[in-house]
Write a protein that binds this ligand. Sequence first.
Ligand code: LMR
Length: 393
Amino acid sequence: MFSHLPEPKLDPILSLSVAYRNDPREEKVDLGIGVYKSSTGETPIMQAIDLAQQKVVATQKTKSYVGLAGCEEFNQSMIDLVLGQSSVLERVSAIQTPGASGALRMLGDLIKVAQPNTTVWLSNPSYVNHQPVMEAAGLKVKHYSYFCPVTKQVDKARMLEEISQAGKDDVVLLHGCCHNPTGADIDFDTWQQVTRLAQEKGFTPFVDLAYQGFGDGIEEDAAGLRYMAERVEEMMITTSCSKNFGLYRERTGAAIVLGRSAQDAQNAKGKLLTMARATYTMPPDHGAALVKTIMQDAELTTIWRNELDTMRNRLVSLRASLCEELRTTHNTSEFDFIQSHKGMFTVLGFSQDQMARLREEFGIYGVGDGRINIAGLTEKDIPYVADAILKVS
Ligand code: LMR
């Protein structure tokens, strides 16, 4: 049964953490997987999570099953966090999922059941897991131009031109904020124009919001998708607590569906639950219990929001320091674009070979597509990383 299976390929992101750990060199920097590190190089449990955990451990009386949709109070919290005070709330439904990759897969499966011939349009480039997940759901994938390798910004004109070719049976996947891998986000005007195209062409927008709070702020990072949600008939959203609650290993996310009516949204939810039952039955509870505890407690919510602000501001300052180091010590403004990017990631514009040189010669682990995780830097790494970037460029 198994003898014809090919040898496994390594995951382009997750394999880097293992390679980094096994690297015996003293001088090494992990800029691979999207994980936030403090100035001491650790990924600490957030204080709000720590406090919520104490509360949950002290009060939780059972480990019995929760339900197919996971924790409904968590689901409502995710709807509120993502959509705010939107007027569309009565035609929205949500299920808790094992992380945002789980949400992507559930929604991919839902698309396949509801509209089997759908093509999903992804940005070029996009999060490395987008295409495998959509194809695993049996969907066709196309790409729209997104990133200009010269300016290192979004090529807005080409993006809009190519998205305008999407038809009424297509789905267009957008990154809500902090584009992975490039760090280059679309501006509000582009959100408005893509919304207009969705209305005219009839395609369904699908927004992956995995980094809410890491770009410009919790509300600001959802502004584009909220504008869109108010104006389109149908939409899908995935959201993650991996980064903004630091719950990576707890696999805590949600899939949100906006239907034409409340009934449509409930029908979509029903289908998602049937599919969840046939896949994992129900999502793990712990992460969602912690997020729910924070969101239902004003004091914990304030602590969490402040911590998230601190993390975001630190990313901005790390970007500025790296650019400053490249400008002052190395006299180049070639990498100033790093400062205009948002969230954890930046694409340096390096080839696979250049990324391999960073890894092999300097012990700096970025993704082969040229992505580095700014959130993996510590202040003391900056001169070393700037020097290596210059030597490799
Ligand atoms: C990343 O892009 O590094 C993260 O989203 C981790 C993952 O699941 O791929």
